[in-house]
Ligand binder design. Structure first.
Ligand code: SF4
Length: 490
C-alpha cells in the first residue's frame, strides 16, 4: 500500500499513483498503457485553467459540523468560501441539522508576511478560532504562499494541540504541489487519519462507512434491506463520529477518485475492509459492488435478494427508457472515476458515448487492486470509448471537440464545463448529486432526466443562435490536442 501516515504531508498523486492530467486517444489505449507501465504525462504548452488542491481539502473539512478550518493563505485563496457555506447550509437543511454557517477562517497573508513569515498570524488565528467557536478540532490548510515562504505549520499545529487539548491538524494542500487537484481530498483524509481517527474500541458489525460528497441519502433504505447502516463521511459528520470510523464493518466509496486514500488508509491502519469493486453505477457495476459488500460483511444471501428485487423493480421502466434513448450520441465530462461511472450508466441506457473529457487519470488506486479499476471495468464490459481526453478542465479543448462531434447530449458534473453545451446548441445535463445515478434506481433517475433534457433541443438551439463564442475558427478548425505534447498520444 502507498500510505504513510507517519509523514506530516500526503504524497501527491503523481508520485503515489502515477496519475496524469494530459492524454488524448481512446479509453482502451489509456487502459493498456496504464497496465503496461507506459503511461506518460503529456504536458500542455498552453493551459487555460485548473483547480486547486486547497479547494478539494476545504470542501471536505468545512462540512465537519463541530470543527473549525483555518486557511493559512492570502485572502484571494478564500474567494470560494461562500460556495462551501452554501453547500453546507443546503446539506444541513436536507439532513435536518441545525442551520449554521461554515466555520472557516483565513489568515490574510500579505506582502509583509511573505518577508517576515506568517506564523504569528497563524498562531493568533488558532487562538481566536478556539476562543470564538470552542471547536472539537481545528484543521489548518496551507496555500501556495505559506508553502513558498516555508512556514512551519506542522510545528505550530503540534504546539497548539498541546496547549488547547484538541486535535489541531496540519493539512498540506498548496495549489502548486500537484497538478491533480484531487490530491486535496487525500491531504484532508491524511490529516483525519493521522490526528482524528482513534483505534477501535468495539467493532460495529452493522456499520458501513460511506465516503461521499454531499449527495442525497439513498443508502439508509438500500442498506436497511441487508441489515446494515450507512455512516456518511466526511461532510456533515462530527469529530466524535470520525474518531470511530475505525470500528466499521467495511468502507464503501461512491467514487474512488474521492475516497481511495481514506478507504485504503482505514484498511491498512485499522483493518476496516474496503469494498474493492467498480463504483455502483450501471447494472454490472452495481451487481459487483453489492456482491463485494455482501462478501465483506457476510451478507451474501441478503445481497442476492436485494439485487433481484431492485432489478425486478426497474425492469419495465428500464426497457422503456432504453427504447427512447437507444443510439442517442452523448459526450461526458466529469472527474475521473465518476466520469467512468457515468459512461457505464449511459451505455446501460443503450446510448452511444462518443467521447469524454475526464479531469485526470489514476492508473491504479491506493489499494492497488485491479478489481477497483473503474475505467478497465467500463472498457471490458461496455467496449471502447473513442475521443477519450484527459484534461484538467481546459474548456478550449472541450469546445473544439464538442464542435466536431456534435453529440445529442452533453452530460457534465461541473458547472463551469456544462455552460459550453447550450452555447453550442447541445442539450446539457448537469448533475451535482452523485447519489442520483447510483444503484439500480439510479438508471431510471438518470434516464428520465435525460429524456427531459433532450426535449430542450429547440431552446438550446435558440441560446446558441444568440451566443458569440470566445473561440474563433482559427482554433475550432485545429486538432483539439494541438497544445497537448505536440499532438496525439502515440
Ligand atoms: S493555494 Fe495557490 S492555487 Fe490555490 S487558490 Fe491559493 S494561490 Fe491559487
Amino acid at each position: 500500500m502507498s500510505i504513510n501516515i507517519k509523514s506530516p504531508e500526503v504524497e501527491i498523486r503523481e508520485s503515489r499513483l502515477g496519475s496524469i492530467t494530459g492524454f488524448g486517444g481512446s479509453a482502451k489505449e489509456l487502459c493498456s498503457k496504464s497496465r503496461s507501465g507506459k503511461l506518460c504525462e503529456k504536458r500542455r504548452s498552453f493551459s487555460q485553467c485548473l483547480g486547486c488542491s486547497s479547494g478539494n481539502a476545504l470542501c471536505q473539512l468545512v462540512m465537519i459540523q463541530d470543527a473549525v478550518v483555518i486557511n493559512h493563505a492570502p485572502i484571494g485563496c478564500a474567494a470560494d468560501f461562500q460556495d462551501y457555506n452554501f453547500t453546507n447550509r443546503v446539506g444541513q437543511r436536507k439532513r435536518k441539522l441545525p442551520l449554521k454557517n461554515a466555520r472557516l477562517l483565513n489568515t490574510n497573508l500579505k506582502e509583509k508576511d511573505m518577508i517576515y513569515g506568517g506564523i504569528f498570524k497563524l498562531e493568533k488565528t488558532i487562538e481566536e478560532a478556539y476562543k470564538r467557536f470552542k471547536p472539537k478540532a481545528i484543521f489548518v490548510t496551507t496555500s501556495c504562499a505559506s508553502g513558498i515562504i516555508g512556514d512551519d505549520v506542522e510545528e505550530v499545529t503540534d504546539e497548539a494541540q498541546k496547549k488547547l487539548g484538541i486535535p489541531v491538524v496540519f493539512v498540506a494542500c498548496e495549489g502548486f504541489r500537484s497538478r491533480i487537484w484531487t490530491t486535496g481530498f487525500d491531504a484532508a483524509y491524511h490529516g483525519i487519519l493521522r490526528k482524528i481517527v482513534k483505534p477501535p474500541v468495539k467493532k460495529r458489525e452493522d456499520m458501513v462507512n460511506v465516503i461521499n460528497f454531499w449527495g442525497s441519502d439513498i443508502f439508509t433504505e438500500l442498506f436497511g434491506q441487508i441489515g446494515l447502516k450507512p455512516n456518511y463521511i466526511v461532510p456533515f459528520s462530527t469529530i466524535d463520529q470520525l474518531e470511530k470510523i475505525s470500528e466499521a464493518a467495511a468502507t464503501v466509496q461512491i467514487c474512488p477518485t474521492l475516497g481511495t486514500y481514506l478507504a485504503a488508509g482505514l484498511e491498512q491502519e485499522y483493518g476496516v475492509p474496503e469494498v474493492k469493486a467498480p463504483p455502483a453505477y450501471g447494472i454490472k457495476g452495481a451487481d459487483m459492488w453489492f456482491r463485494e459488500l455482501g462478501k465483506v460483511t457476510h451478507r451474501e444471501k441478503e445481497v442476492e435478494k436485494l439485487i433481484k428485487s431492485e432489478k425486478d423493480k426497474i425492469a419495465p421502466g428500464l426497457e422503456e427508457l432504453r427504447s427512447k434513448l437507444k443510439g442517442k450520441r452523448v459526450y461526458v465530462t466529469a472527474g475521473a472515476a465518476h466520469g467512468h461511472s457515468l459512461i457505464a450508466l449511459l451505455k446501460d441506457l443503450h446510448m452511444e458515448v462518443v467521447g469524454a473529457a475526464i479531469f485526470h487519470h489514476d492508473p491504479c488506486y491506493d489499494n492497488m487492486d485491479p478489481k477497483s479499476d473503474s475505467l478497465g471495468y467500463v472498457v471490458k464490459n461496455y467496449g471502447d470509448v473513442k475521443n477519450f481526453n484527459i484534461c484538467n478542465k481546459q474548456p478550449f479543448e472541450l469546445v473544439n471537440i464538442l464542435n466536431r462531434l456534435k453529440p445529442d447530449l452533453l452530460v457534465a458534473r461541473h458547472g463551469g464545463m456544462s455552460s459550453w453545451g447550450p452555447k453550442l446548441g447541445i442539450p446539457t445535463f448537469l448533475m451535482g448529486d452523485e447519489q442520483f445515478g447510483l444503484g439500480y434506481e439510479g438508471l431510471i433517475n438518470y434516464g428520465n432526466k435525460i429524456v427531459d433534457v433532450l426535449a430542450t433541443k429547440e431552446f438550446v438551439k435558440n441560446i446558441a443562435a444568440h451566443c458569440e463564442l470566445p473561440y474563433t475558427d482559427w482554433w475550432l478548425k485545429q486538432d483539439p490536442y494541438s497544445f497537448l505534447g505536440g499532438g496525439h498520444s502515440d
